[in-house]
Design a protein around this ligand. Structure first.
Ligand code: COA
Ligand code: MG
Length: 311
């Protein structure tokens, strides 16, 4: 992993979009005491404490108390804390939501979001229950309707008081609903992933790539991380601690990309380029929009460096 050196070049270019690391987003079943205890030792950027698919129906209610106890004892302040609730259409969803609020997470992840109204219902609930403005919503896009409505769902993040912050495609559900099989390279799912990604970006949302189920297949996981990174995802949702290191690497900043970004920043800092919109950098046309990208990448590298030295 690249080490960034020049502090003055590392300021985020835009304070409205602070650099937030979401390379590795680990899902932890809320009723699994051993997995919960493990979180203290893990180098992930975020944890999704799951009350939904990872918890059996019989354990749904008890899982809330197990999770509350865990967070009371050992909540980490250096990672994002997200709670995934059950679908509001199930008997558990609404109580999960009220319960999640008491945990003061950074975000609540809603499963099976299919329409803007699904988000608005929760936004209204949170307002009525005095949730802090800082509480964000993440949305799983994992049904055919959800994919088709992704752009309209993303728009809710732009409205006044909109809390939507991040999309997570759910491919296990989407495969089940559509019959598209799990092929390497996600051949017939890739276009839907890109559609969801475009919807997210059209409204400035982050987006995290879907889980890779075969957690002992390191080569397959690495290949899927590379694919997700090349598609433009911010990070990957994970199911096992062994996936954290590779996800951090693949969704981090590599040394060559950082070196190129720094050369762009340096070139525009030269006095003879101060008023130029476009410059020749060793045969490469570089515009100010590339400078924005370079500053952002450098800020990301600095955030990673800081996280690695702090831990
Ligand atoms: N979070 C934290 N720790 C985890 C973990 C997770 N998601 N998955 C495994 N671990 C821990 C185990 O508890 C074990 O630690 P221990 O030896 O201290 O008990 C260690 O990592 C090694 O685990 P391993 O034996 O390889 O796997 P397992 O059989 O315990 O668990 C799964 C395998 C798939 C059941 C488990 O990884 C899991 O539940 N993952 C999350 C599933 C999920 O959230 N699904 C819903 C979203 S798609
Ligand atoms: Mg799901």
């Amino acid at each position: 992993m690249a080490k960034a050196g020049h502090k003055s070049r590392m300021n985020p270019p835009d304070d409205r979009h602070p650099v937030r690391l979401r390379r590795s987003v680990l899902c932890v079943p809320a009723d699994n005491a051993r997995a919960l205890a493990k979180v203290a030792t893990l180098a992930c950027d975020a944890v999704i404490y799951d009350l939904e698919d990872a918890v059996s129906v019989d354990n749904k209610v008890a899982a809330r108390q197990t999770l509350a106890g865990h967070l009371k004892r050992e909540r980490r302040s250096d990672i994002e804390v997200i709670v995934r609730v059950n679908d509001l259409k199930t008997p558990f969803g609404e109580k999960d939501l009220a319960f999640a609020l008491t945990l003061a997470p950074d975000a609540i992840l809603l499963p099976k979001v299919e329409s803007p109204q699904d988000i608005q219902t929760v936004v209204d609930f949170l307002s009525e229950n005095d949730a802090p403005d800082t509480l964000r919503l993440w949305a799983m896009i994992e049904t055919p309707r959800g994919v088709l409505n992704a752009a309209a769902i993303a728009e809710t993040g732009r409205t006044r008081g909109g809390r939507l912050d991040c999309f997570v495609p759910g491919l296990n559900d989407l495969r089940k609903e559509t019959g598209v099989p799990a092929l390497p390279s996600r051949t017939y799912l890739a276009s839907w992933l890109m559609q969801i990604l475009l919807a997210a970006r059209s409204c400035g949302l982050d987006i995290i790539d879907a889980v890779f189920n075969d957690f002992r297949d390191g080569a397959g996981f690495a290949a899927e991380c590379r694919q997700g990174r090349d598609m433009g995802f911010d990070g990957k949702m994970l199911i096992h601690p062994a996936q954290i290191g590779p996800a951090n690497d693949h969704f981090g900043v590599d040394a060559a990309a950082l070196a190129e970004a720094l050369s762009i920043i340096d070139a525009f800092a030269l006095s003879q380029n101060a008023d130029k919109a476009v410059i020749n950098l060793n045969g490469l046309m570089v515009e100010r929009l590339h400078l924005d990208q370079a500053l952002r990448l450098a800020a990301r590298a600095e955030a990673i460096r800081k996280k690695e030295t702090d831990t």
